[in-house]
Design a protein. Sequence first.
Length: 361
Amino acid sequence: MALLEIRDVVKTFGDFTAVNHVSLSVEAGEFFTLLGPSGCGKTTLLRMLAGFEQPNSGQILLDGKDMSQVPPEKRPVHTVFQSYALFPHMTVAQNIAFPLQMAGVAKADIPARVAEVLEDVRLQQFAKRFPHELSGGQRQRVAIARALVNRPRLLLLDEPLSALDAKLREEMQLELINLQKEVGITFVYVTHDQGEALALSHRIAVMNKGEVAQLDAPETIYSYPKNRFVADFIGQCNLLDAKVVEVGGERMKVEIPGVGVCETLPVDGAQVGQSGTLTLRPEKIRLAASVAHDADEVHFTGKVHDCLYLGDVTIYIVELDNGTLVETMLPNSAPGRARFFDDNDAVELAWRYDAGHFLLG
Ligand code: ATP
């Protein structure tokens, strides 16, 4: 049995549908992420899990138990908010002890429980400090410690890192991964940051307009987006208009008008003449003045349109023969070599037939 089961949940505000027939389940011990652009309904879904909002229809089950009649404070669920929501007049230890006092834990047991969770978040030396004496990252760790101290079945995290600068965010991401492994509590994490979702999660539900657009492991979401929305939202992706010209067998052939025919992985239900989109990640494309390629590779020509030097890699935007722009990249791994081509250089591109992924429609 899944730890959390969301069954056909709908939430409307007036005549606006914020969450539209969402069903999904989360296993015990999972790091599960709700990812999507602003307004897609992820926070509303999280708030329903916490009990701050009630669904119009559908069910939320935790350990098989329907939560509809269970108020927020009685659910074995805690939420960590972006704003930390720490009590400013209490020390770190007092902040963390607070939920234990509220739950009626015996006074004598509280110090040990607080010490244990302070160790989990590596803040043992900070027990006596007040929130204003801590950095943003430390405050966030206190907020997480306070949410964990009651050992909830489910920890909900609503964009907990979005107030931190990029470097600290990366550090906190690593800490969250390790913390979740150590404490083994199931995390449901909300973010609009696709890099963060890919880095942290066991599985991701990508949401769009109140619906789940795709639910899969990060690698699957990235490599095999199920629709244009997911392909476009997650990372950089080339979306090439194409048409099916041959089906049957282990490979399918599609034509990119004005460029040529290429092989790709077969798609269930594809028929000759159907149009769609070939999705292709920049790093899957090999680029050279003259690129050696074999029978498993697609090969086209083009010319460099723009170059963007990013330090570790340089992005080359290549114009195909039909005027379509394709993003490619080359690592700057060779010493001193950072620019292989200039604007207007003639180049060749190649990619394995199974690097591209065709979407019908
Ligand atoms: P963000 O990342 O910006 O927080 P989100 O994906 O979390 O976005 P939600 O906060 O779930 O989005 O909101 C989904 C939609 O529902 C938005 O259009 C929002 O304006 C609307 N909405 C949310 N709460 C309410 C409310 N209490 N009353 C009316 N509309 C609401």
